[in-house]
Design a protein around this ligand. Structure first.
Ligand SMILES: NC(=O)c1ccc[n+]([C@@H]2O[C@H](COP(=O)([O-])OP(=O)(O)OC[C@H]3O[C@@H](n4cnc5c(N)ncnc54)[C@H](O)[C@@H]3O)[C@@H](O)[C@H]2O)c1
Length: 261
């Protein structure tokens, strides 16, 4: 499905990262992959990369909030491949106070969360727009249902709502270059980012009660397959979309009457 595609996959921190699962599926599907990792995660990302079926071409250090780092990645890709067919944005961060509450949070913490989790998606849009081949390219990001308020999640909720809005604007501005922008809205997965969310178990319990399909928070492969689909030419007519990969949770009004086991 991704034969010959040159892909940049960001956000590998551990073997559980959604980005690690995407990298694994992408190389199996025939893609050439460059990984990026936050500077302090590079060694861990290299270890993850070495365990992939086909190791990625490179693991590059990237603080995605740093313009110099972004330019260095662009230069590297220009020199390495010349053109880029797809990018996965798998980056989010909020300082602890912003994950613990809403009203008593300093604006600098909110700014950090928004800059890291939202602005960087636009920066990746700029990158792929500059390096896209004439046939177009694909930008994919990762959303968590932000249409309603959760008992947990706090400022990451408004961050994801902003990401969703931004996705439409990127689809608008990148469309002229044949570049698509889409999000996968994933159910809760047990990653490092998730472990930073206080009471994450509340979300796992909600999925247990409301998702019509089984949801395994330790298995990101369904999300990874959907990302690979959006990165592929099979999704060539899709942009500005949010694809739910959440075992159907979002489509149910409330908890389900599940048969007793
Ligand atoms: N785990 C879930 O339940 C879930 C559900 C829906 C969406 N998501 C989203 O998936 C994406 C990936 O998260 P994950 O769950 O795989 O967790 P993860 O912790 O494995 O990945 C988050 C990544 O963001 C990176 N990052 C943070 N700040 C950065 C910066 N300034 N520059 C570059 N990288 C930076 C981290 O180093 C890490 O690699 C995030 O956008 C997250 O919000 C996660």
């Amino acid at each position: 499905m991704l034969k010959g595609k040159r892909l940049l996959i960001s956000g590998v921190a551990t073997g559980d990262s959604i980005a690690a699962a995407v990298a694994q599926r992408a190389v199996l599907a025939g893609a050439q992959v460059v990984l990026t990792a936050y500077p302090r995660d590079v060694a861990a990302a290299e270890a993850v990369a070495a365990r992939l079926t086909a190791p990625p071409v490179a693991v590059l250090s990237l603080d995605a909030t740093d313009e110099d780092d972004l330019l260095a990645i662009e230069d590297d890709l220009r020199e390495r491949w010349g053109l880029l067919d797809g990018v996965l944005h798998a980056i989010a961060f909020a300082p602890k106070p912003a994950l613990h509450g809403i009203m008593d949070v300093a604006s600098c913490d909110v700014e950090t969360a928004m800059r890291t989790s939202v602005w960087t998606y636009a920066a990746f849009g700029r990158l792929v727009g500059r390096l896209a081949p004439s046939g177009g390219a694909s930008l994919v990001g990762l959303d968590f249902d932000s249409e309603r308020a959760w008992p947990v999640y706090n400022w990451m909720g408004p961050c994801k709502a902003a990401l969703r809005s931004l996705n439409g604007y990127l689809a608008r501005d990148l469309g002229a270059m044949g570049v698509r922008a889409n999000l996968v809205s994933a159910g809760p997965l047990s990653t490092r980012a998730a472990s930073g969310i206080p009471d994450f178990q509340v979300l796992l319990d909600a999925w247990q009660q409301q998702a019509p399909l089984d949801w395994n928070p330790a298995d990101p492969s369904g999300v990874a397959d959907a990302v690979c689909f959006l990165l592929s030419d099979l999704a060539r007519a899709i942009t500005g979309e949010v694809l739910h990969v959440d075992a159907g949770f979002h489509a149910m009004a409330t908890h389900l009457k599940k048969p007793e086991c």
